[in-house]
Write a protein that binds this ligand. Sequence first.
Ligand SMILES: Cc1ncc(COP(=O)(O)O)c(C=O)c1O
Length: 423
Amino acid sequence: MSETWVQDCRRQFPGLNRQLNGQPMVFFDGPAGTQVPQRVIDAISRYLTHSNANHGGKFQTSRETDAMFAAANRALADFVGADDPGEIIWGQNMTSLTFSFSRALAREWGPGDEIIVTALDHDANVTPWVMAAQDRGATVHVLDFDRLDGTLDQDAYRRLLSPRTRLVALGCASNATGGVNPVGAMIAQAHAVGAQVFLDAVHYGPHDLIDVRKWNCDFLACSTYKFFGPHLGVLWGRRSELERLTPYKVRPCSEELPWRWMTGTQSYETIAGALACVDYLADLGRQVSEDWQLERRPALAEAMQAIETYEMRLAWRLIEGLQRLDGIRIYGITEPSRTRERFSTVSFTHERVSVPQLNRELAARGICVWGGHYYALEFARRMGLETEGMIRVGLLHYNTEQEVDRFLRELAEIIESALVVEA
Ligand SMILES: Cc1ncc(COP(=O)(O)O)c(C=O)c1O
C-alpha cells in the first residue's frame, strides 16, 4: 500500500480522476508533461479573474501582476537553489529559451572555439548549440554513451575537454533511459579548462532537488509543466553573465534583470500557476517532514527526498516485473545497487511485438505511456531505434504500486495475444 502522503497528493490532482471505458486512466506520461494539482488551476484562474494586466503600470491590477511576478521569481529561485530572483528568466518552453540564449552566448564564439554536446541529450540541448556553433564557425564535439547502460563516456569527456572548449551542454538526467549524469564532477572538469556549462534540468525537475549553487553550473533550463505546473520554460543564469552578455531584445525593454532576457509580454497567468506548483511541492515537504514552519527551500529538499525514495520503489517493482516477461529489453541501468544513478523513467522494447502496437493497445486500455524517441534523437539513432523507438513508462510520486501492477498485467496480456495472432 502506498504512503498516506501519496494518497493525499493524488486527491489534489483532478486530472487523475479521468476514466476510460469505466476504468481509471493511468498517467505514466509524466516525462512528456505531468498532471497539475487543483491549486495550480486555481492560481491561473484567480490571476485571470482578479489581476489580469500587463506589468509595470500604476494601477491596482498591474501592481498585483508585478507582486505576483516577484513572488514567482523568488519561488523558482528556491526551486533551482539560487539566491537571486533576478536570475530567473521565463519563456515559452525550454527549447525556445535555449535557442534564443544560445544565439546570445555564441556571439562570443569564433573559429578555433569548441563546444561539447552529448549523444544522450534531448535535441533541445543539442541542435540550438550546433546551429549557433555553425553560425560562428566553431567546432562541435558529440560525447558518446555506453551502449549497455546508457551512461556518458567519462574518459571520452576528459579527452574532448581542452582550453579551446567554450561550452559544455549537458543534461542532468536522460529522458530516454532515466539515467542521472554526474553533473557536479563534469562541471568541475569543464571549469578547470575555462569552459562554461549549460544544464538541461527538464527531466531532473520532478524527481530530485535541482541545486545550481552546489553543482556550480553557469546556466540551467527547466520546464514547469514537467513538475506539476503549466506549460512554461525557465532559464537560470549567473547574474554576472546575464548582465555581461548581450541579449537579442527590443530597445524599450528594460536593461534590468530578469527583464532584459524576456523581451515581449510574458504569460503572467501561467507564471502564477508556476508559483503555485512550487508551493505545492514545498507543502508536500512540510507534510512529509511534519514541520509546517519549514522555509521553502528546505521544504523542497524534504519533498524531493521523499519523492525520489518513493518513485524508486515503484521503479524497481516495474523493472523486476518487466524482467520477468520474456523478450523485453530495458534501456539504461537495471541493477538495484545503482539506484542512485537513475530515476523512475523506464524505457523498453519487445523483441517481437512492435512499439507502435504496444503503444496503441496500452492507450486503448487507458494507460498513457509514450512510444518513440521523445527527441532523444541521437540516443535512438545510435541504438538502432530511430524508426520505432521505445515504450517509455514515466513514474511520478502520484503513481501507485497498484498502477504498476496493472500495467504489468495488461502488458503481459497484450504481448500474449499479439504472439498468439502471430503464431
Ligand atoms: C530532457 C528534456 N529536455 C528538454 C525538453 C524540451 O523541453 P520543452 O518542451 O520545455 O521545450 C524536454 C521535453 O520533453 C526534455 O524531456
